[in-house]
Ligand binder design. Sequence first.
Ligand code: PLP
Length: 230
Amino acid sequence: MGLLERLADVQRRIRLAAERVNRNPEEIKLIPVSKYHSIEKIQTLLKAGIYDFGESRVQELREKQSQLPKDVNWHLIGHLQRNKVKYVVRMPNCKLIHSVDNLRLVQEIQRRCELEDTTMDILVQVNVANDDAKFGILSGEALEFVKKVAEFDRVKVKGLMTIVPEVDDPEEVRPYFRRLKELSEEIRKAAIPGVEMAELSMGMTNDFEVAIEEGATMVRIGSAIFGPRK
Ligand SMILES: *Cc1c(COP(=O)(O)O)cnc(C)c1O
């Protein structure tokens, strides 16, 4: 299959997964993850009407965004170091940081936003699987963390994100997706001023259909669209 055929296949699978649980497929944003893949491939997807892309590393994101139209919506999905925050905040079309998981990072986002007189939308990354190898706030600490983030007026919480362990059978990670959804409901009920729980960024190539069945509003899909990474 070529790139556009793989895209169409993923879009079809998203639609079917949504329909299985009576969700409107329009509620689910596909974010192709273009890390390690070429500008040319991204341009092909742009022509097919895809305008959201995920990147893991700030350096690669900067290089790509400088060569592509300004109406692309970039999503930073990888771990963010404080010394890179300035580049992200200065990039007007970096729409969302999916991977915020510590207060020192939040402080730096706030500080850089003040300098640039702007705001930044973020998701809180939660380590629902309690996986030592993964970044993220533990589930039990997520509500308190979100309350603290809400004190920073330029950092806008839009929802939660998680990365679950890679397993052979995606059914194994269904409970983690369900837990993230429950957590977002708990946080929504707390009605923290300035905090929205609109987005649940969960599901990758291996498990996006299960994630959609459990309530994902954003799926981050790399290899199923772009093929294997080098
Ligand atoms: C690389 C990456 C993805 C995409 O992974 P695939 O398995 O290729 O779909 C999604 N989310 C994050 C955070 C990633 O780093």
